[in-house]
Design a protein around this ligand. Structure first.
Ligand code: RNT
Ligand code: ZN
Length: 422
């Protein structure tokens, strides 16, 4: 339903008065929100396919289901789809690439031989859009990952290959950050683990530590690259043991002064990561989030405005951690329009951040310090039904993107004109 600009403004003015009663300045909040860049994952656009081969690259627990038509199969298509999504999302964001999105001009280049030049098109494109790039080595979907082990492999030639890939990727990320003048977060996730009960949990972890030390031994400037490690509790085929567990990487990140990545789908299904945020920030400088949505055994459904996402946003804002936080998205759904999936998830993340920025936190905290837990709960509940929607709508209007569901019409058009002919 197309709302007129003036009715959006009216609703916003009334909403602004309600928030002002709580001492919240909505205009200031929208300025803050506009400064937050979400790192949007390229891999939603092609089901984590990449450009190494036509076969697609599943395996190692990275599995997309669905066969919605119109998937991007070339870098040009992926970039066009991504631009379409960006045009329908308020604010300025970033793109998060994986090494398998290298452009090698049709030549086979092994992963340990990738170079910055294989990402030159991405860099030129990002520069033209004024956006930053984040990066990930790809330690899966490769013959040398078939055993289920990479950096923690007992096979020294396999392990060396993946260490080589890690080293190559850091050089690429460093180059990207320098070229674009914005630090590139380089995030390491590996699938290594066992389906069934291991006999030796120790050796693979010692091996992983050694491999990470080798990868990270080259020194780079933090203004170009930030290294990060991502844990997982279990995956498909690694139900019983994952080498890179939370405790492992938490320890590694603290000892080595690097970033920790928390993926919402990588913990026990009933475990929330919001409570971990302040605990980790006490010892780690910066956190990378992979905002996702676990559903039963799948860790990567499209992000929605869930309590879990909102609680993370609240913790980031309440703790004044925004400057130390990198908000990445990580999900892949091939059963709906892939461009729409980007828009749904990113808009939902931004709504969660808006909700958090609109919270009159000092008031709640005063109740708490004064041991008035009754009022704290009363107001926590009340704040949920303040007119948040009109503020979000106004933000979209202000940022010159469609309000409400109006963006869907543009996606339908794009589907007809562009996606359908692929
Ligand atoms: C996998 C991790 C990882 C990947 C991406 C593609 O379980 O979440 O972040 O999803 O690197
Ligand atoms: Zn992830």
């Amino acid at each position: 339903m197309i709302q007129s600009g003036s009715s959006i403004e009216k609703a916003y003015a009334i909403a602004g008065e309600r928030y002002a009663e709580y001492g919240v300045d909505t205009a200031g909040v929208l300025e803050q929100l506009a400064r937050i860049a979400i790192s949007i994952h390229c891999w939603q656009g092609d089901d984590v396919g990449g450009f190494e081969s036509d076969a697609g690259l599943e395996g190692a627990g990275i599995q997309t289901t669905g066969n919605y038509p119109g998937k991007a199969t070339t870098a040009e298509q992926l970039r066009a789809d991504f631009e379409k999504a960006l045009s329908l999302i308020p604010g300025t964001h970033r793109i998060n690439l994986h090494a398998i999105y290298a452009e090698t001009g049709g030549k086979k280049v092994e992963r340990d031989e990738l170079e910055p030049r294989h990402f030159a098109n991405w860099v030129a494109w990002a520069r033209s859009l004024g956006i930053g790039i984040d990066f990930n080595p790809t330690f899966f979907a490769h013959p040398k990952a078939e055993s289920g082990f990479t950096l923690a492999s007992y096979d020294s030639s396999v392990r060396r290959f993946w260490v080589g890939h890690g080293i190559a990727c850091r050089r690429i990320a460093d180059n990207i950050g320098r070229e674009l003048g914005s630090p590139c977060v380089n995030n390491i996730w590996i699938p290594d683990g066992y389906k069934d009960t291991p006999a030796d949990r120790t050796t693979p972890r010692e091996t992983l530590r050694k491999s990470l030390d080798e990868i990270l031994s080259e020194k780079f400037d933090r203004s170009n690259i930030r290294d990060s490690v991502e844990c997982k509790l279990f995956g498909i085929g690694s139900e019983s043991y994952v080498v890179g567990s939370h405790e492992f990487y938490l320890g590694y990140a603290i000892r080595n002064g690097i970033l920790l990545c928390l993926d919402m789908g990588h913990f026990h299904p009933t475990e929330q990561i919001s409570d971990k945020v302040s605990a980790i920030f006490a010892f780690v400088d910066e956190i990378l989030f992979h905002i996702s949505r676990g559903v039963r055994w799948d860790s990567d459904h499209v992000v929605v405005l869930s309590d879990a996402v909102r609680e993370i946003a609240l913790e980031i804002v309440r703790g004044k951690y925004l400057d130390r936080t990198h908000i990445g998205l990580d999900y892949f759904d091939a059963s709906i329009n892939r461009v729409a999936a980007w828009i749904i998830g990113t808009r939902s993340m931004l709504k969660a951040l808006l909700f958090a920025l609109l919270e009159p936190w000092e008031m709640l905290r005063d109740f708490e310090v004064g041991r008035d837990f009754t009022s704290r709960l009363v107001f926590l509940e009340e704040l949920k039904s303040l007119p948040f929607g009109p503020v979000w709508d106004y933000y979209c209007l202000q940022q010159d993107v469609p309000v409400g569901t109006d963006w869907l019409g543009e996606i339908r058009e794009y589907e007809k004109k562009v996606l359908a002919s692929r």
